[in-house]
Design a protein around this ligand. Structure first.
Ligand SMILES: Cc1cc2nc3c(=O)[nH]c(=O)nc-3n(C[C@H](O)[C@H](O)[C@H](O)COP(=O)(O)OP(=O)(O)OC[C@H]3O[C@@H](n4cnc5c(N)ncnc54)[C@H](O)[C@@H]3O)c2cc1C
Length: 418
């Protein structure tokens, strides 16, 4: 069957790979000149089932409301005239109960764990490497109070299948010698040994090349999706800047733009952009940098070691589709980086980037057939799309093939929220 995948982020590229492995004739339409030049370009690099806790929670509700007027917080909310922002916010607020948070978290954890197996298998089968590190991730807290409250979410993940170790500061530094210099500033943390890190742009680039060369996937780069040509209960063609492309099936994987396209065709797809920032800097002295991924939970900074580079990330900002940034947007990331790893890097060599997380109100991505018989979704991966991309692609390919998925689909299908 002819399948069009819309969007060559890490999610669309992974979907194209698995669909092509099933024997479909796959074409990917991407407005940029290469894969992973949108949100997947420069994320924090964490492949982290340990980060599966849904964003919408009772504490997020308070932070979200405080973020309306206090723009120094990790969450910044800039009210806009966009009615869609208010509709999304209401749905987000409805997800902020303990019960909803737990239901959403369980579904995300299931997909994230599955996806970790999928990316490892994919790397093994294809021989693709992506500056990956498989040493776990440390989530740490600076005060006893934040440690006591913060570990609750991790214990919940632990009860639902994530191996975790709660660690004091001595054990923490034993695991991560790179944090020895700040040992006294850290109360303790959680070690998730099966978490990993890696560069999603590298994976997507190499996977696109592999899929094109070995599986015949066609990438129409530099081509913008303009709309869908609907005929009765199916999509007949996708309208693009290069003309219409006819198809048997379509997969929407357009990251933050997915909701814009869906809405035009009456598909309830509340994907909203949530901006974040990253800094990538070469390690001048590798012995002073981290040996595994980590997250400073009090400062809301995540980081990973990608080869000899350090990638650091922060902030959730509601500011529509604005991808612009100024040097001062990176101050808190750089200051925390210098605090954690003094002497490890030269900030003058830092590369700055901002991207938009394709966020669903409940933080759970959405899959499967939507409204039209041959239209599928694989989108809305929010803050965890790098972690969930490969499992998502495999799951999607099972749905398109009409096969029983390897993963329990409960809570993941369009129209059946957890
Ligand atoms: C600061 C930050 C840090 C993050 N850190 C992590 C992390 O550590 N771990 C993790 O798991 N996740 C992380 N994420 C989230 C993760 O990066 C995203 O969930 C993931 O990249 C989404 O992938 P995607 O393929 O859905 O979207 P994208 O990568 O945005 O891909 C969508 C593609 O669709 C294309 N497109 C859109 N509209 C059109 C159109 N009209 N025509 C043609 N093409 C179109 C875009 O150009 C783009 O290439 C982070 C995100 C941010 C912003």
């Amino acid at each position: 069957m002819k399948v069009l995948v819309l969007g060559a982020g890490v999610v669309g590229t992974a979907a194209a790979y698995y669909l092509a492995k099933d024997g479909h004739e796959v074409t990917v339409i991407e407005r940029h000149e290469a894969a992973a030049r949108g949100t997947s370009q420069s994320n924090a690099g964490l492949v982290s089932p340990g980060d599966a806790t849904a964003w919408a929670s009772p504490s997020a509700l308070k932070t979200f409301l405080r973020g309306l007027w206090n723009h120094e917080l990790g969450i910044k909310v800039r009210p806009s005239l966009d009615p869609y922002f208010y509709a999304w916010s209401l749905r987000f607020l409805r997800e902020c109960t303990v019960a909803r948070m737990r239901a959403n978290t369980q579904v995300k954890l299931r997909l994230a764990l599955y996806s970790r197996d999928c990316i490892n298998a994919l790397s093994e089968t294809t021989g693709i490497h992506y500056d990956e590190r498989k040493r776990g991730i440390l989530y740490f807290f600076r005060t006893q109070k934040s440690l006591d409250t913060g570990t609750d979410n991790y214990r919940y993940l632990g009860e639902h299948g994530l191996p975790i170790e709660i660690v004091g500061r001595d054990r923490l530094v034993e695991l991560e010698p790179g944090l020895a210099g700040v040992k006294e500033k850290i109360a303790g943390g959680v070690y998730s040994p099966i978490d990993q890190t890696g560069d999603s742009k590298q994976l997507a680039d190499k996977l696109a090349a592999h899929a094109a060369e070995k599986l015949g996937v066609k990438f129409l780069f530099g081509t913008t999706v303009q709309g869908l040509d609907i005929e009765g209960d199916r999509v007949r063609a996708v309208m693009t800047s290069a003309g219409p492309v006819t198809t048997d099936a379509v997969v929407i994987s357009m990251g933050p733009e997915s909701g814009l396209l869906g809405r035009r065709y009456g598909i309830d797809l509340p994907v909203y952009p949530v901006k974040g920032y990253t800094v990538t800097v070469p390690l001048e002295d590798e012995s002073k940098g981290p040996t595994m991924g980590g997250a400073d939970e009090d400062r809301l900074i995540g980081y990973s070691r990608l080869g000899n580079r350090l990638r650091m990330s922060s902030t959730a900002e509601f500011t529509g589709f604005d991808r612009s940034f100024k040097p001062r947007d990176f101050n808190s990331i750089l200051n925390t980086g210098k605090d954690l790893f003094p002497g490890a890097f030269d900030e003058k060599k830092a590369l700055f980037w901002a991207g938009l997380r394709p966020m669903m109100p409940n933080s759970v991505p959405v899959f499967g057939q939507a409204k039209y018989r041959n239209l599928y979704l694989d989108t809305g991966h929010g803050h965890l799309g790098w972690t969930m991309a490969c499992g998502s692609g495999k799951f999607l390919s099972d749905l398109v093939a009409g096969r029983k998925p390897e993963i329990d689909p409960q809570g993941l299908l369009y129209g059946a929220a957890p």
